[in-house]
Design a protein around this ligand. Structure first.
Ligand SMILES: [Zn+2]
Length: 159
């Protein structure tokens, strides 16, 4: 079994993604690989994908912040919840677990989007992380933070 993909441990976070060192869309377009039957990336297409990724990053940052704040509140509230009965405590635990999973999802999506943007800037965007083939423009335009080609994604989903 190949457990390579999704959020690799080497995923570099922390660095503000894409705010500095922006590579020109034309240069990126020249570097990116596409499938054999696809036309090369145009500058406009690069700009569009980049815009979507930047938007996603922003959106997931907000989501993550909200979930973390919510979680803080829940944890703080549970600290002084001495008078809770069991049902209350159960509801709070469920709520907390929900926020934890919301935060985890947001964090994973944020990393994916940041990672995709880094690859875009580096000119290595759009290569399947599993098989090394081009992911394909069509798929990337529909899902800009995809890191696997359709075939590998389907294989992974089946596991
Ligand atoms: Zn692949």
């Amino acid at each position: 079994m190949t457990t390579s993909s999704t959020a690799g441990p080497r995923a570099t976070t922390k660095k503000a993604a894409g705010t500095t060192n922006r590579t020109s869309a034309r240069k990126i377009a020249e570097q990116l690989r596409v499938k054999d039957d696809e036309s090369p990336w145009s500058e406009d297409e690069i700009s569009e994908v980049r815009g979507v990724l930047l938007e996603e990053i922003e959106q997931h940052r907000v989501e993550l912040k909200l979930a973390e704040d919510e979680l803080d509140d829940l944890l703080r509230a549970s600290g002084d919840g001495s008078g809770d009965d069991q049902a209350d405590a159960g509801a709070k635990t469920a709520e907390r677990e929900h926020e934890i999973s919301v935060a985890a999802n947001a964090r994973a999506s944020l990393r994916q989007a940041e990672h995709a943007l880094e690859q875009l800037e580096a000119g290595t965007y759009g290569i399947c992380e599993n098989c090394g083939n081009p992911i394909g423009k069509l798929r990337l335009q529909a899902r800009p933070r995809a890191t696997l080609c359709m075939t590998c994604q389907e294989k992974q989903d089946r596991h």
